[in-house]
Ligand binder design. Sequence first.
Ligand code: PCG
Length: 153
Amino acid sequence: MRTGLIKHSQYMEFLRSVPSLQTQPVDVLSKLADVLEETHYSDGDYIIRQGATGDTFFIISEGQVKVSQQNSVNEEPVYLNTLSKGEWFGEQALKGEDVRMASVTAVDDVTCLVIDRESFKQLIGGLDEVNNKQYESDELKAKVEAEAVFFSS
Ligand code: PCG
C-alpha cells in the first residue's frame, strides 16, 4: 500500500460520505483510497482546461470549483455550474473521447482526490450515475445547434 494507514482511513471515511459512492462495497472504497492522488489548488487555478486531453477523474474533498464552457473561439466562456465537497467531475473525457468538454477552476482553496483512467474504469466507471451523467447545458447547446442547422437548410 502506497498510502499511509492514517491517510488511508481518512480517505475511506471521506469516500463513504460521497453520495454517489454510497452503494459501493468497502473493498472498492479501499482500493480507491489506495490509488487516489491528493491535489491542491488555489483560487483561480485551472484544474481542467476545455479542449485538453484528459485521463483523470476528480472528487472534491475540500472547497468549490466553477465550471465554464466556451462555445466558440471568439466568445467569452459561459458559466455553467458550481460543484462542492463530495461532488465529482472529469468523467466525460474518460468515456469515449478523451477531450475535456468544459473548463474547471478553483474557487479559493480546493483539494481534489484524483483517480487515473484505469482505476476509474475498474472502480467507478460501472456506476450508472457517473456513466450516464448528462448536462442540461450541453443538451440545450445541442438543441440550439440542431435548430440552427434546420433553419439554415
Ligand atoms: P470533462 O472530462 O469534459 O471535463 C470537464 C468536466 O466538467 C466534465 O467532464 C464534467 O465532469 C464537468 N461538468 C460540470 N458541469 C458541466 C456541464 O454543464 N457541462 C459539461 N460538459 N461538463 C460539466
